[in-house]
Design a protein around this ligand. Structure first.
Ligand SMILES: [Zn+2]
Ligand SMILES: [Zn+2]
Length: 178
């Protein structure tokens, strides 16, 4: 099994885009989306308002994959998208990630590069781990998604803040019961 230490950056980028666009507190502004791409190693020099307009529907599409309750459902969704998004693999080396695959070459429009790379990297994660590594944050009141490509892979929360808040609440509940 080709385990984690994934050099790819599409998995984290996919979750961040979904959260930026579809979560209750996600601003979803052009600047916010540009920031998501920049934070995850995409070259944003040619980011335009049109790029953002193309990425918003992609965020809503990907959210369904994170919310899939069974592996069959996730596979069905991913296969439909894989049939739809053209892939042109391209070897890239940037930001000290080491040589890794992009699924569209640099001359292709940015929103398409992002779609192709996030889709393939999410698909690879599901091939390796089923749906154990993707989901919606387990904290009460949080609608963020997460994708876990860490070695341990025990993540259930979108952030340390949500994990801590949930642990404190559980601790207090236990104290009350005693
Ligand atoms: Zn890359
Ligand atoms: Zn959360």
């Amino acid at each position: 099994m080709r385990v984690t230490g994934y050099k790819s950056h599409g998995v984290g980028a996919a979750a961040a885009l979904v959260n930026a666009v579809t979560s209750a507190e996600g601003a979803g502004t052009d600047d916010a989306l540009r920031g998501v791409l920049a934070d995850h190693g995409f070259f944003v020099a040619d980011f335009t308002p049109d790029t953002a307009a193309r990425l918003r529907p992609w965020a809503r599409t990907l959210r369904a994959v994170f919310e899939a309750e069974t592996l069959d459902r996730a596979v069905e969704l991913l296969n439909a998208l894989l049939a739809d998004v053209p892939m042109h693999p391209h070897l890239a080396d940037h930001d000290e990630r080491g040589l890794h695959l992009h699924y569209a070459p640099p001359q292709v429009e940015l929103a398409h590069r992002f779609r192709a790379t996030t889709l393939m990297n999410l698909s690879e994660l599901v091939c390796d781990h089923g749906i154990d590594r993707i989901g919606v944050c387990a904290a009460a009141g949080c609608d963020h998604v997460y994708a876990d490509d860490s070695r341990g892979g025990r993540r259930r929360f979108c952030s340390d803040a949500c994990a801590n808040r949930t642990n404190v609440a559980a601790y207090r509940a236990r104290r009350r019961e005693q």
